[in-house]
Write a protein of this length. Structure first.
Length: 196
C-alpha cells in the first residue's frame, strides 16, 4: 500500500491541514493517509494547557467520515520532544511492505534542516511537499535538495496557520470557515484556547 504520513502538533487541526492531505493523496494516488499527532515537536512547543490528548481527539473528530484517513498514536504518549525519524523507523520495522511518503507543506520545509537525522530520513521515505506555483525551496545540501525537488507538488494551499486559528479563538471570533464544526464544538465544551 502507498501510505502518506502526516505528522504535526495540530494545535488545533484546521481545514488547511485537511486540504493539503487530500490534495497530495489525490495527486499521488495514495491508498491511505496516516495522521500522527505528536505530544510535542522540538521546534514547536504547544502550551501545556492544551494537552496532547485533546489535540489527538480533535484530529479524530475532524477526520471522522473520511475513509482514506486514519489517526495513529505512535507519538502521542511519548514524552516530548518526539522525532519524526524515530517514528518512521518504527513504522518501517512494523510495516515493511508499505511504501511510505512523508507529507509536508512549503511552510514546514523551511525548518527541515533542523530535523533530527534529516539526511537519513530522506533515504528511508519519499517526501511529498505541497507548494504553490513558483515556490522556491531554501538552499539545502545536495542530497536533501534532490529529495525536496523530487517531492515538490504544486498544490492549491489555504493561506492558514494554527496560530491564526488560535488568535481568532482567543478573541472569540467566528472560526467555522477555518475549523470543522465537530472540532469547534469540542473546543467550546472543553474551553480550549480561549485563555491561551
Amino acid at each position: 500500500m502507498k501510505i502518506g504520513l502526516f505528522g504535526g502538533t495540530f494545535h488545533p487541526i484546521h481545514f488547511g491541514h485537511i486540504n493539503l492531505a487530500i490534495q497530495l493523496a489525490e495527486k499521488e494516488g495514495l491508498d491511505e493517509v496516516w495522521w500522527i499527532p505528536t505530544s510535542g515537536s522540538p521546534l514547536r512547543n504547544p502550551p501545556a494547557d492544551v494537552s496532547a490528548k485533546h489535540r489527538f481527539q480533535m484530529v479524530e473528530l475532524a477526520l471522522s467520515g473520511i475513509e482514506q484517513f486514519k489517526v495513529i498514536d505512535p507519538e502521542i504518549n511519548k514524552a516530548p520532544p518526539v522525532y519524526t525519524i524515530d517514528t518512521v523507523k518504527q513504522l518501517l520495522e512494523k510495516e515493511p511492505d508499505h511504501d511510505f511518503s512523508l507529507m509536508l507543506s512549503e511552510r514546514t520545509i523551511g525548518d527541515f534542516l533542523a530535523w533530527k537525522e534529516v539526511d537519513i530520513l530522506v533515504d528511508l521515505v519519499n517526501l511529498l511537499i505541497g507548494c504553490k506555483e513558483g515556490y522556491l525551496a531554501p538552499k539545502f545540501p545536495p542530497k536533501i535538495a534532490a529529495a525536496v525537488e523530487a517531492g515538490r507538488r504544486v498544490t492549491p494551499l489555504f493561506d492558514l496557520s494554527a496560530t491564526q486559528v488560535r488568535d481568532r479563538l482567543k478573541k472569540k471570533l467566528y472560526c467555522g470557515h477555518l475549523v470543522p464544526a465537530k472540532v469547534l464544538d469540542y473546543i467550546s465544551i472543553n474551553q480550549l484556547y480561549f485563555s491561551v
